[in-house]
Write a protein that binds this ligand. Structure first.
Ligand code: NDP
Ligand code: 2IT
Length: 451
């Protein structure tokens, strides 16, 4: 890299750190994009003069609010709510809501920033946002979750709308929570609109939205493998997490002929050397989505499997890894273990699951490696399809949605190839996704003037 570009990167990061102290995840996400798009910005100096990336890294609006609620014992609880509306150059703000004890401003800003580039890659008209709360739904009754969601929405509702900002699910927010949030939004606004996605199928939801992130991840991975003359057939696959994304990634990989041997949660992971099958998958769906149990129960039910408390799955030998739990779940030592265990492909279902050190190792060792903003975009893309169906007041069939999801994942793959080719035939999907996602947002911002 030439000195001018390096100086631009160094100056940008110094300014970002000064303006946003104590936000390590946000710094990490911006830095990853910056190093890839800086050469492009240097090549097209009007983007530097117009401070396009500086503007993208300053969210258009950040809302932080008190969320008071009462637990089942009558005790008053206080949580903090967030909505970070990062960028609206391409369409209404769009992005999930996360309920997890770890939620803070840094995590919300990193996710909203990532979402802006991801949504650009989907080819659909959506800006980028993220929201959430440090509320921990684990162990809470349905009534407590409902009261929390109602209180959260009582403030959020004034900041969102079908043409303004359309939230959806993320960690800790699934069908149940979207139902409670939608009910309260409808009550306060006195309108039945498509202002949230991931809705129930009977009241405006899209077929395949629950499956879309995991299925889309596998469609993208198929494209990567296909280009290298390979497929899922007969491959050993590690999946982390056991929530929405992990469940459907595991199910699709299995149906495409892979042997999926791990699942996890924040307490540990299970290793099933025989691999998942339809019966085991049905158990996992019931365990996690109906009983809201822990993944350790899998090993009690299926004695061929072993539960490893307090550990992550990355040391299990494999061909393909699909991290689907949370940010920074693959560190340097985990990446080394994956490579040592024979892993040739890492496709991210979670947002930013690999640390910068892990990403560097994947790229140095020329793995097929795709960042979340490319390979997990199928979820938000199908949210975009849900918005279209709501606006048109129609309901597409599963096959119609699936065909569009496959087309979108294939288009994202093509965009990565276009901007990620390294000359020797190796595709740097990180660079491809960052540059392709950036160009569309940047061009729209140039067209729309200084706002
Ligand atoms: P869920 O809440 O359904 O599942 C999350 C899973 O990850 C659970 O198994 C959870 O275990 C585990 N997990 C969460 N936090 C941690 C942690 N700190 N350490 C270890 N494990 C953890 O969420 P999703 O499946 O929806 O989301 C998973 C990832 O995918 C996130 O990064 C999310 O941002 C991303 N994503 C989600 C999309 C969607 O459509 N839902 C779309 C695109 C990306 P436990 O039960 O122990 O907390
Ligand atoms: O990270 C993500 O892309 C999501 N959680 C899905 C967002 C959405 O609006 O469907």
């Amino acid at each position: 890299m030439d000195k001018f570009t390096q100086n631009y990167i160094d100056g940008f990061m110094a300014d970002l750190l000064r303006r946003n102290p104590g936000e390590p995840e946000f710094h990490q996400a911006v830095h990853e994009v910056l190093v890839n798009v800086a050469p492009y910005i240097v090549e097209y100096p009007h983007l530097m003069d117009l401070k396009i990336l500086e503007r993208i890294a300053e969210p258009e609006r950040v809302v932080m609010f008190r969320v008071p609620w009462t637990d089942d014992r009558g005790e008053i609880r206080i949580n903090r709510g967030y909505r970070v509306q990062c960028n609206s150059a391409l369409g209404p703000y769009k992005g999930g809501i996360r309920f997890h004890a770890s939620v803070n401003l840094s995590i919300m800003k990193f996710l909203a920033f990532e979402q802006t580039f991801k949504n650009s890659l989907t080819t659909l008209p959506m800006g980028g946002a993220k929201g959430g709360s440090d509320f921990n739904p684990r162990g809470r009754s349905d009534a407590e979750v409902m009261r929390f969601c109602q209180s959260f929405m009582t403030e959020l509702f004034r900041h969102i709308g079908q043409d303004t900002d359309v939230p959806a699910g993320d960690i800790g927010v699934g069908g149940r929570e979207i139902g409670y949030l939608f009910g309260q939004y409808k009550r306060l606004s006195n309108e039945f609109t498509g202002t949230l996605t991931g809705k129930g199928l009977g009241w405006g939801g899209s077929l395949l939205r629950p499956e879309a992130t995991g299925y889309g991840l596998c469609y993208f991975t198929e494209q990567m493998l296909g280009r290298a003359g390979e497929s899922f057939e007969g491959k050993t696959v590690l999946v982390s997490g056991s929530g929405n994304v992990a469940q459907h990634a595991a199910q699709k990989a299995m149906r495409l002929g892979a042997k999926v041997v791990t699942l996890s949660d924040s307490d540990g992971f299970i290793h099933d050397p025989d691999g998942l099958d339809e019966e085991k998958m049905a158990f996992v769906f019931e365990l996690k989505n109906v009983r809201r149990g822990r993944i350790s129960e899998y090993a009690k039910k299926f004695p061929g499997a072993t539960y490893y408390p307090g550990m992550r799955p990355w040391a299990v030998p494999c061909d393909i890894a699909l991290p689907c739990a949370t940010q920074n779940e693959i560190g340097k030592a985990d990446a080394e273990a994956l490579i040592k265990g024979g892993c040739r492909c890492v496709a991210e279902g979670a947002n930013m699951p690999s640390t910068p050190e892990a990403v560097a190792l994947f790229l140095e060792n020329k793995l097929l490696y795709s960042p979340g903003k490319a390979s997990n975009a199928g979820g938000v893309a199908t949210s975009g399809l849900e918005m279209s169906q709501n606006s048109m007041r129609v309901h597409w069939t599963k096959d119609e949605v699936d065909a569009q999801l496959r087309r979108i994942m294939s288009d994202i793959h093509a965009a990565c190839l276009r901007y990620g080719e390294e000359g020797d035939g190796y595709i740097n999907y990180v660079k491809g996704a960052n540059v392709a996602g950036f160009i569309k947002v940047a061009d729209a911002m140039v067209d729309q003037g200084l706002v």
